[in-house]
Design a protein around this ligand. Structure first.
Ligand SMILES: Nc1ncnc2c1ncn2[C@@H]1O[C@H](COP(=O)(O)OP(=O)(O)OP(=O)(O)O)[C@@H](O)[C@H]1O
Ligand SMILES: [Mg+2]
Length: 272
């Protein structure tokens, strides 16, 4: 919370980045974890949120032992804890220096909680509201939200609070209509920026050509293009790739995507 020029308290609004796809296993969680880490490494205050309450895996991509999760978003949506009890500050152990911070809001794969969420759903509006309140309290620049694949009630409602949506898709995704629908829905609910990220591009293919074709077909710009890398596939999302392999081309491309958000931090911080 900051004090504005009129002397009244003003709340800095974090920029919410939602990571979506129509199909599974396309690299959403891996991108979410590495993007959030690189944003924080570059000095931003970031929370990375496991919004895939049906199949949480972000803790793996961050290299966090599940035993470290004391409270989760799953418990929060089931009204078993407060959202303020959920964040884990990973800044120190990830070696973040200066202003950069990375908070992790995990979900739990615990059977009973997952079954209850699957059967009964949850109050997404309450989650959204509390997430934004927490973001203001932690004075965040960014909230990066990893989501469940496809288009369902929860992902739709999370779209509604996103400032930027990144839609991952395979270059020759047979579900092109689904991706197109996702882009249209994002626009319909007023998301200011919806960008494509072609992912798992095979060796030898030209990412620039692929990006240009997708831009034309789907009418949305391309934020970056992620190639398929054997070492990332074998790595299996067991720890933070960008931390372990800072010089890898995957890390370089995610860094390039993160640089697109630098003007956002400057704009957010210039709020009086
Ligand atoms: N660019 C890449 N090249 C090779 N393997 C990758 C790449 N990106 C992610 N992977 C691997 O693919 C697997 C799936 O990635 P990830 O979990 O990020 O996908 P997802 O879209 O979040 O999946 P889900 O829809 O199940 O949540 C992981 O084992 C990850 O290590
Ligand atoms: Mg995932």
């Amino acid at each position: 919370m900051e004090s504005g020029s009129n002397g009244q308290a003003t709340t800095r609004q974090a920029h919410l980045v939602g990571i979506h796809s129509c199909r599974g296993g396309i690299g959403k969680t891996t991108l979410a974890a590495n993007l959030a880490f690189l944003m924080a490494k570059n000095g931003a205050r970031v929370a990375i949120v496991d919004g895939d309450l049906q199949a949480p895996s972000l803790h793996h991509a961050l290299g966090l032992d599940a035993h470290r999760i004391l409270h989760s978003l799953s418990e929060f949506v089931l009204c078993q804890c407060e959202i303020d009890e959920v964040p884990i500050d990973l800044s120190r152990e990830l070696g973040l220096e200066g202003a950069g911070r990375l908070y992790f809001l995990p979900a739990t794969a615990e059977l009973k909680a997952t079954a209850s969420i699957l059967f009964d759903g949850y109050d997404v509006a309450r989650l959204n509201k509390e997430l934004l309140r927490l973001a203001a309290e932690l004075d965040l620049d960014f909230v990066v939200l990893d989501t469940h694949l496809g288009i369902n009630r929860e992902t739709l409602l999370s779209l509604a609070i996103s400032d930027t949506v990144l839609v991952l898709l395979r270059p020759h995704d047979p579900d092109r209509d689904g991706c197109s629908f996702l882009v249209q829905i994002a626009r319909e609910v007023g998301v200011p920026s919806c960008q494509l990220v072609p992912s798992m591009i095979v060796e030898g293919a030209d990412p620039v050509r692929i990006g240009a074709k997708l831009e034309q077909e789907l009418g949305a710009s391309v934020a970056g293009a992620l190639l398929w890398y054997r070492e990332l596939a074998e790595f299996g999302g067991q720890s933070l790739f960008a931390l372990r392999r800072p010089d890898h081309p995957y890390t370089a491309e995610v860094e390039r995507i993160s640089q697109r958000f630098v003007p956002v931090v400057e704009a957010v911080r210039s709020v009086p």
